[in-house]
Design a protein around this ligand. Structure first.
Ligand code: ZN
Length: 357
């Protein structure tokens, strides 16, 4: 299942096609700052992307779909029952695995079956099946728990980044949950830094508490996968002994577009990863090249902390970051960073320079 967090878009000023919700066009409006205040977003909901049939790419409101299915089955209080089985936030969803995944599958099967039988105009009218252009996607986990990053986890022939390359254990760091943005949000370059870099990465979302576990149990603790960009201000990384400082700014953890549940990915250690910076291919690798594979990272981290459902692990970035280019290539106002991981998805974020206060 490809889980998304979405809100519906309502155009208060009528159906003006020039207000199409392309990436980057809603930033100011979303904050109520711009001239385009006739766009309104509803509450965040848990959805799934339809992967087949004539409505491929449409978003299904999973909780409401399950409520309708339960109503057809004459359940006593279908909405209450749907709320119990299938939370409307992705964080609650991963905390209620595996039951929530089973409920999501039943809701999705109900919708795809209805679409196949009679095209289900009622489900569309009720806002249970939403055309892609009528929703805005947020990060699949709006506010995860811990975000654990791994440094130097791919071969680095050019020696792009300093130090600790020979470590026999994973080099970990933390990013705060406040750094997370979604697939339609902009990366904001803080006024205090000139050296902001991209890092295309496979993100792993934890779905079961993991404490002191062995490698062979690690895979069973994974809820799913996303594409991530571990945005880093190089001039604040490794300064004054504070490794985390370059990692923790607002908007520095784009995640998305979907949380692809673990059952959809046969082998997370055999996926291609490609990053394009404003149309130029800059990173191209396979997850099989990781120094410390995912199960080893989870086992190692779990000896120190309890990994909880909703925690995220950023598994490291391959060679090709801007710091390794000659001359070094930092993110600029107007850049577009596009990261694509096979079977997981394509994450595209526009870059904007923050205005000095
Ligand atoms: Zn990284």
């Amino acid at each position: 299942v490809r889980l998304v967090t979405f809100s519906t878009i309502t155009r208060l000023g009528g159906d003006d096609p020039t207000l199409s919700p392309g990436p980057g066009s809603l930033g100011a409006a979303g904050l109520g700052l711009g001239a385009f205040e006739d766009v309104h977003h509803g509450a965040h909901r848990l959805g799934a992307i339809l992967g087949e049939g004539p409505r491929t790419g449409a978003v299904v409101d999973l909780n409401r779909a399950l409520a309708v299915k339960l109503a057809f089955a004459d359940a006593g209080a279908p909405e209450a029952e749907a709320d119990v089985e299938l939370p409307s936030s992705s964080l609650d969803f991963v905390r209620h695995l595996p039951g929530s995944l089973d409920a999501a599958r039943r809701a999705l099967d109900f919708v795809t079956d209805s679409l196949a039988r009679y095209d289900a105009p009622d489900l569309v009218a009720a806002g249970i099946v939403l055309p892609r252009k009528e929703v805005r996607l947020a990060a699949p986990l709006l506010r995860p728990g811990k975000i654990v990053g791994v440094d130097h986890n791919y071969p680095d022939p050019a020696g792009e980044r300093d130090g600790r390359r020979d470590s026999s254990q994973p080099v970990l760091f933390l990013k705060p949950p406040t750094s997370v943005i979604g697939p339609e949000d902009e990366i904001a370059l803080p006024a205090v830094t000139r050296c902001v870099d991209y890092e295309g990465e496979l993100a792993v979302v934890i779905g079961r508490p993991a404490s002191r576990i062995e490698r062979d149990q690690a895979r069973s603790c994974i809820a799913g996968y996303c594409v991530a960009n571990d945005v880093t201000a190089r001039d604040f990384e490794n300064t004054r002994g504070q490794h985390f400082l370059g990692k923790f700014c607002d908007t520095f953890a784009p995640l998305g577009p979907a949380l692809v549940t673990a059952d959809e990915i046969a082998d997370p250690q055999d996926l291609s990863l490609r990053t394009q910076l404003s149309g130029e291919l800059v990173q191209s690798a396979r997850t099989s090249e990781m120094r410390f594979p995912i199960d080893e990272i989870i086992a190692f981290a779990s000896k120190l902390v309890t990994l909880e459902p909703g925690d995220v692990i950023l598994t490291g970035t391959p060679a090709g970051v801007g710091a390794g280019q000659v001359p070094q290539r930092w993110l600029r106002d107007g850049d577009v960073v596009e990261i694509e991981i096979e079977q997981v998805g394509r994450l595209v974020n526009h870059v904007r320079k923050e205005k000095p206060a």
